[in-house]
Design a protein around this ligand. Structure first.
Ligand code: NAD
Length: 304
C-alpha cells in the first residue's frame, strides 16, 4: 500500500520537498497558511487540504517544515480554536520535523508525540533551496533505530546524504554544531581576505595559497566571499543567496541557546552569533551570509 504523507509548511524548502515526494510516488497531502505557498504547491502537483487537521487525518507520516520551534510545538499541540496535529492523527503516526529548531524544542516535540501515542523524530536539513529542489539535501536525524528505518526510504526521496546521529534531538544537535563551524569559518575567511586587501595581496593569490594549504575550508573553496576565485559562489552575483545572513543568524541563535543550556563557553561561536545578528539587521536580511565580508570591510578603519 502506498505510504500516505502529510506535509505541513510548503514554503521555500517544504514546497519543493513535497513535490519530490509526489514525483517519487508517495500520496502527499500538503497544507500551508499562506495562499501564495498553497498556489505554488498546487502548480507543482501537490494536493492541498483545507486545514492541517484534514491533511493529517489519514497520514502514515507527517512531515513539518516550519519557520521555528514555536510553530512546530503549536502545530503539534493546537490552539484554543483548533485541535493539534497529535490529537487528530491516527495512533502510531510517525511525525518527522525537518525544520531547524532548538535541540530542547526538538526533544519536547518528540516527547509530546510519544505521549500522544505516536512516533517522533527530528530530521533537519542542509543544502538550501537548491538542494530541496534537486532532491540532494543532507539530513541529520535524531530518533530511534526503528523510526529511522521507517523514515529512511522517504528521506532518500528528498536527499543524498542521510546520517542517523542518535536519539531524539541529536539531528538538531549535529545541525547546530555544523552551522557554528560554518558561521565562524566564514568570518575567519572574510577577515583574512580584508586583511590581505589592506596588505596589498590579491584575492586570487590568497585563494591559491589558502585553498591548497591549512586554511582550506568550505567557506573558502565553495562559498568564497570575494568575487573571482570560485565562479559559482554568491559573491559573483552580488551576494544573491544561497543561504541568507538572516538564516545564519537564526542558526547561531540556536547554537547560543544550546551553549547556555549545556554551560559550554564558546567565545568564537558567541561572537559569530553577535556579528551575524548585526549583519542580519541590515543587508544580511536578504543577502547571502558570505556578504558579511562587506560588513567587516566597512568596519575596518583606515590606518592613520
Ligand atoms: P519559509 O518561510 O519559506 O516556509 C515556511 C512555511 O511554513 C511558510 O510558507 C509558512 O506559511 C508555513 N507555516 C507556518 N506555520 C504553519 C502552520 N502552522 N501550518 C502550515 N504551514 C505553516 O521557510 P523555509 O525557507 O522553507 O524554511 C523552513 C525551515 O527550514 C526553517 O526552519 C529553516 O530554518 C529551515 N532551513 C531553511 C533553509 C533555506 O535555505 N531556506 C535551509 C536549511 C534549513
Amino acid at each position: 500500500m502506498t505510504t500516505s504523507i502529510a506535509f505541513l509548511g510548503l514554503g521555500h524548502m517544504g514546497g519543493p520537498m513535497a513535490a519530490n515526494l509526489v514525483a517519487a510516488g508517495y500520496a502527499v497531502t500538503g497544507f500551508d497558511l499562506m495562499p501564495a505557498a498553497v498556489s505554488s504547491a498546487r502548480e507543482a502537483g501537490i494536493t492541498v487540504a483545507e486545514s492541517a487537521a484534514a491533511a493529517v487525518a489519514s497520514a502514515d507520516i507527517v512531515i513539518t517544515m516550519l519557520p521555528a520551534g514555536r510553530h512546530v510545538i503549536s502545530a503539534y499541540t493546537g490552539t484554543a480554536e483548533e485541535p493539534g496535529l497529535l490529537a487528530v492523527a491516527r495512533p502510531g503516526t510517525l511525525f518527522i520535523d525537518s525544520s531547524t529548531i532548538a535541540v530542547d524544542d526538538a526533544r519536547a516535540a518528540h516527547d509530546l508525540a510519544v505521549a500522544a501515542g505516536h512516533h517522533g523524530m527530528d530530521a533537519p536539513v542542509s543544502g538550501g533551496v537548491v538542494g530541496a529542489e534537486a532532491g540532494t539535501l543532507a539530513f541529520m536525524v535524531g530518533g530511534s533505530d526503528a523510526d529511522f528505518a521507517t523514515a529512511l526510504p522517504v528521506l532518500e526521496a528528498l536527499g543524498k546524504r542521510i546520517v542517523h546521529c542518535g536519539g531524539s534531538g541529536l539531528g538538531q544537535a549535529a545541525k547546530v554544531c555544523n552551522n557554528m563551524i560554518l558561521g565562524i569559518s566564514m568570518i575567519a575567511v572574510s577577515e583574512a581576505f580584508v586583511l590581505g586587501e589592506k596588505l596589498g595581496l590579491s584575492h586570487q593569490s590568497l585563494f591559491d595559497v589558502a585553498s591548497n594549504a591549512s586554511g582550506q575550508c568550505w567557506a573558502l573553496t565553495t562559498n568564497c566571499p570575494v568575487p573571482g576565485p570560485v565562479a559559482a559562489s554568491p559573491a559573483n552575483r552580488d551576494y544573491t543567496p544561497g543561504f541568507t545572513g538572516a538564516l545564519m543568524a537564526k542558526d547561531l541563535g540556536l547554537a547560543e541557546e544550546a551553549l547556555a543550556s549545556t554551560g559550554v563557553t564558546a567565545r568564537m561561536g558567541s561572537l559569530a552569533s553577535e556579528m551575524y545578528r548585526r549583519f542580519a539587521d541590515g543587508e544580511g536580511a536578504t543577502t547571502d551570509f558570505s556578504g558579511i565580508i562587506n560588513d567587516i570591510r566597512e568596519r575596518s578603519a583606515d590606518p592613520t
